[in-house]
Design a protein around this ligand. Structure first.
Ligand SMILES: Nc1ncnc2c1ncn2[C@@H]1O[C@H](COP(=O)(O)OP(=O)(O)OP(=O)(O)O)[C@@H](O)[C@H]1O
Length: 247
């Protein structure tokens, strides 16, 4: 089976700063991947190149067998690669259900909008997936921090997404919220078949996902493997505060 998303020999230089050096990645449909690495190693730059916000200095990005290098972020989003930033992009003055409704509206055709029974079923199912069915009528601005993040993930799911790019999805969350986010992302992959590529610093989150981990260091892929494999790699441990006990 060919990969859904491929990063081929991607470099990104900002003047003399070599943010990325010859990155190759191959992501399969429906699987979860986590990028880890110290501050400044190129994690955000890599996500920005995949989502089209930045052009690589060299190399290419391929999605579902087509080259998407240099395509605008909005076209890439319409093709099914959606990015979530740390600060949630939700409509605070709308209810939780209305927020998800907006995401459904953005993708549905006029005829589909008229088939309300099917739509109500999808809305209810989606709210259940993100654990917010009991909050459907609550204003989004009144949600707890973690719930706002789950709502935005739900909005990405409601759109025609094949790949979700998540930028530190558990930043600022309690341990319990982090654990619930692990469960949500695993459901997104197993039940909804979405590919997830997340950047994360919280190693309990990375370990909980039980996914392929990609360790970056100074713009290069240092190693890939399970959390246990990557976290026991001496170079990875060295990169995190010398012998880093938190990896
Ligand atoms: N627009 C830019 N102009 C110049 N240098 C940049 C730019 N964006 C990123 N860099 C540099 O590229 C390198 C990689 O940055 P990047 O933000 O991708 O790292 P990161 O791993 O996401 O870091 P963090 O974990 O702190 O978010 C850093 O040295 C950074 O200073």
């Amino acid at each position: 089976m060919s990969a859904l998303l491929e990063v081929r020999s991607v470099k990104k230089h900002f003047g003399g700063v070599r943010a990325l050096e010859c990155i190759d990645l191959s992501l399969d449909a429906g699987r979860i991947y986590c990028i880890v690495g110290p501050n400044g190693c190129g994690k955000s730059t890599l996500l920005s190149i995949i989502s089209g916000e930045q052009r690589p200095t060299a190399g290419s990005i391929w999605f579902a067998g087509k080259e998407i290098t240099g395509i605008s972020p909005s076209r890439i989003a319409r093709m099914g690669i959606l990015r979530k930033f740390q600060a949630p992009s939700i409509f605070p003055e709308l209810s939780v259900a209305e927020n998800v409704e907006c995401a459904f509206m953005a993708k549905r055709s006029a005829i589909e909008r008229l088939t309300t029974t099917r739509h109500v079923a999808s809305l209810t199912e989606l709210l259940r997936t993100i654990g917010l069915e009991h909050r459907a009528e609550m204003l989004a601005e009144d949600l707890a921090h973690g719930e706002k993040q789950w709502l935005e993930i739900g909005m990405l799911l409601a759109g025609d997404s094949a790949v979700l790019l998540l930028d530190e999805p558990t930043a600022g969350m309690t341990m319990r919220e982090t654990q619930q986010t692990v469960e949500l992302i695993r459901r997104i992959s197993s039940d909804h078949g979405r590919t997830v590529l997340a950047i994360e610093h919280d190693m309990s989150f990375v370990a909980g996902l039980q996914c392929e981990v990609i360790a970056l260091l100074r713009g290069k892929v240092l190693c890939t493997g399970t959390y246990a494999e990557v976290s026991s790699n001496p170079e990875v441990r060295e990169a995190y505060l010398g012998t880093a006990s938190h990896v």
